[in-house]
Design a protein around this ligand. Structure first.
Ligand code: PRE
Length: 89
């Protein structure tokens, strides 16, 4: 037997999808904050043991991963994430 589900209005579909987007954005923001905290641990540990805050070859690796997954905007996103995590250089 086929069940007939009532169709949503366009307004309901948009409102539901926006609620999902808001929930995803909350998770993304939480993950970014978590990334910042973990990055701080790495940077503090490196600096305390005589190293520098910035590790360029590691940053290149991260930029490569994001650009491979998301194209050119992925590079910009990775640069923004790195700026959030280690400050402007
Ligand atoms: O992986 C490191 O060595 C870090 O310090 C973390 C991190 C990052 O946030 O990904 C931050 C600063 C460095 O320049 C490179 C990468």
């Amino acid at each position: 037997m086929t069940t007939v589900t009532p169709e949503q209005t366009p307004e309901q579909t948009i409102a539901d999808a926006r609620a999902r987007i808001d929930a995803l954005d909350d998770r993304i923001i939480g993950l970014i904050q978590e990334r910042m905290a973990v990055s701080t641990v790495v940077q503090r540990t490196r600096i305390a043991s005589g190293g520098r805050r910035v590790h360029l070859s590691r940053e290149m690796e991260i930029l490569g991963r994001y650009s491979e997954a998301l194209g050119k905007p992925g590079t910009s996103l990775a640069m923004t994430l790195l700026e959030l995590c280690r400050g402007r250089i």
